[in-house]
Design a protein around this ligand. Structure first.
Ligand code: MG
Length: 223
């Protein structure tokens, strides 16, 4: 299924080196390593929009305050793009993320797999580095399964994938079922809107728990 991989994602994956004997931790960025929702809500409110917290998705939940107009998919994408342009470089880190990755990196290699628009790749990289998370960054678009498969297919050690989106976890389950999948949501309000993803092995909302889950599995597998 790696043929679903976009040319851009494939090239980025080819440009990094993966040690096939070492465990691999592939982590999403928004709402896992970086605080997305809180800042996005501030951005919306500043422009007289609001998020109404009725389900785990952006489209359908964003309204224009003065006339209660519900934003279309296209309008949401355009706002999101503006948000990423203005804020990608200055997002705050999820508490404990940097420390946990640092500790895990003594036993596993870390790769960050983000669906931030490719135009903001450098800003995302800089922001992650500013927070002490200077790991290889792959910027993907669409379902993450093919990218995770391409990154991990040759690895002969445990592979973990961490993401807040049930769809991304499902995509990985579909094409790379051997990957251990962790459903992580930092924002407590967002977390309330979605149950544990059916395609996940763990549901966590802190890096202390996440690191413990990964380390326990690594130890059990003899790594
Ligand atoms: Mg995310």
């Amino acid at each position: 299924m790696t043929n679903n991989l976009s040319e851009s994602t494939r090239k980025q994956i080819e440009s990094i080196s993966i040690d096939t004997n070492l465990p691999l931790v592939i982590s999403d960025a928004d709402e896992v390593l970086l605080i997305f929702m809180e800042r996005f809500e501030i951005f919306l409110n500043r422009q007289d929009y609001f998020f109404d917290w009725s389900s785990f998705k952006l489209t359908g939940n964003i309204y224009h305050k003065p006339d209660n107009h519900q934003l279309s998919q296209e309008e949401v994408f355009s706002l999101l793009d503006e948000f990423f342009e203005k804020e990608t470089q200055s997002l705050d880190a999820v508490p404990g993320a940097s420390e946990a990755l640092d500790l895990l990196s003594s036993r596993a290699q870390i790769v960050i797999l983000s669906n931030v628009p490719i135009a903001y790749r450098d800003e995302r990289k800089r922001c992650l580095s500013d927070h002490g998370m200077n790991y290889p960054l792959i910027v993907n678009s669409g379902p993450k399964g093919p990218a995770v498969q391409a990154l991990s297919v040759a690895v002969r050690a445990p592979v973990f994938f961490i993401d807040d989106s049930p769809n991304n976890l499902k995509s990985v389950a579909n094409v790379a079922d051997y990957v251990r999948r962790i459903h992580f949501i930092h924002d407590a309000r967002l977390a309330k809107l979605v149950g544990p993803a059916p395609d996940s092995h763990h549901r966590t909302d802190s890096w202390v728990e996440t690191r413990a889950a990964i380390e326990e599995e690594l130890s059990a597998a003899g790594f």
